[in-house]
Design a protein around this ligand. Structure first.
Ligand code: PCA
Length: 327
């Protein structure tokens, strides 16, 4: 082969090889919480960091408020490649594997500090489980601690009997069962409507979701029980990640690390602000009475037993290493 032919052939090869690398990749990232919720803001900051670090080569579009997929459908959509990435409340998927529900076992980890330690021991198991489902974990961010919203005084768990209880995952539905409330599953995107129409009048969640749902328009009491700290996880379809070039993959991982740190910091900073907002709107914000606390602790013990029964020896080992780390 003449040298100029060889040269032009190899040039063509370079052009061919670099063409896909230059192309822009677009990811859709469905999420389930309102646009101005701090989780969504964190996702948008993540998307911006990725775009900046890759010179716009990877564009992540966040679809907030369950506008692309309903909360319980997001994970499956990413597994099947209908979306490339997604954010979900991890415990929504507790029925697939108990490991997804460890952070909603009541009173196991109730401060952000404990919650971080729990996440450190939970993370490898979550990564492994997600990998077995064709997914790769990007980051996890907590919600503020969970309290009780109600329309009347709740002095003991008996006062919860018969209330119209909004649940958002298997764990909160199980609490309704234990206290004798009537459970209705309502995801956050539908909560304002469910409150306005009186479908529900009592539930446990964070001040963040209370604030997002303008809960003071329908309910009057908030009991700051700090019962557990659930987390959202953001993940990507593994094949979509593998299709990126190395520098883009690294940009995604770096932005994910930053998003996790920023998310934990924001959750902690905003916790007090949310309760202050509810108080300023006229809600009675108060700690639980000792009787209520004792009743909830008992429910927590029951749910811990339930969880251990489902999670077996692997679950026990994770709880043991958490307890060691948290001491
Ligand atoms: N807010 C979400 C999940 C946990 C939380 O604090 C919700 O209520 O749906």
């Amino acid at each position: 082969m003449r040298s100029w032919t060889r040269l032009s052939l190899s040039l063509a090869g370079v052009l061919l090889l670099s063409a896909p690398a230059l192309a822009q990749t677009k990811w859709n990232l469905p999420a389930a919480y309102p646009t101005d919720n701090f989780h969504t803001e964190n996702l948008n900051a993540f998307a911006k960091d990725v775009a900046d670090a890759t010179g716009g080569k990877l564009q992540v579009t966040v679809h907030a408020n369950a506008s692309l997929f309903k909360a319980p459908e997001i994970k499956r959509a990413v597994q099947t490649g209908q979306a490339q990435a997604g954010e979900v409340l991890m415990s929504l998927h507790e029925n697939e594997d108990p490991i997804y529900g460890l952070d909603v076992v009541p009173f196991l980890a109730t401060s952000f500090d404990q919650s971080k330690k729990l996440w450190d021991v939970q993370r490898p198991a979550i990564e492994k489980k997600l990998a077995s489902q064709g997914l790769m974990l990007l980051f996890a961010v907590p919600w503020p601690p969970q309290g009780i919203f109600a329309k009347k005084d709740i002095n003991t768990v008996e006062d919860l009997k018969g209330v119209k209880w909004r649940s958002y995952n298997p764990g909160t539905a199980r609490i309704a069962e234990l206290v004798g409330a009537q459970p209705v599953t309502v995801q956050a995107a539908d909560l304002p409507q469910a409150l306005a129409t009186g479908v529900v009048n009592t539930f446990m969640t964070s001040g963040a979701t209370g604030y997002d749902s303008k809960v003071w328009e329908s309910l009057t009491h908030f009991y700051d029980t700090q019962a557990w700290i659930p987390k959202n996880i953001t993940f990507v379809n593994k094949a979509a990640f593998d299709a990126l070039d190395k520098p883009t993959q690294e940009a995604v991982l770096q932005a994910a690390k930053t998003a996790e740190e920023r998310g934990w910091k924001t959750a902690q900073e905003k916790t007090k602000w949310y309760t202050e907002q509810m108080a300023s709107k006229g809600m009675k914000v108060q700690p639980p009475s000792p009787e209520l606390k004792a009743g909830l602790l008992k429910i927590g013990e029951q749910l811990t037993q339930d969880w251990l029964k489902k999670a077996g020896a692997d679950g026990q080992a994770i709880i043991d290493s958490y307890k060691k780390a948290a001491m």
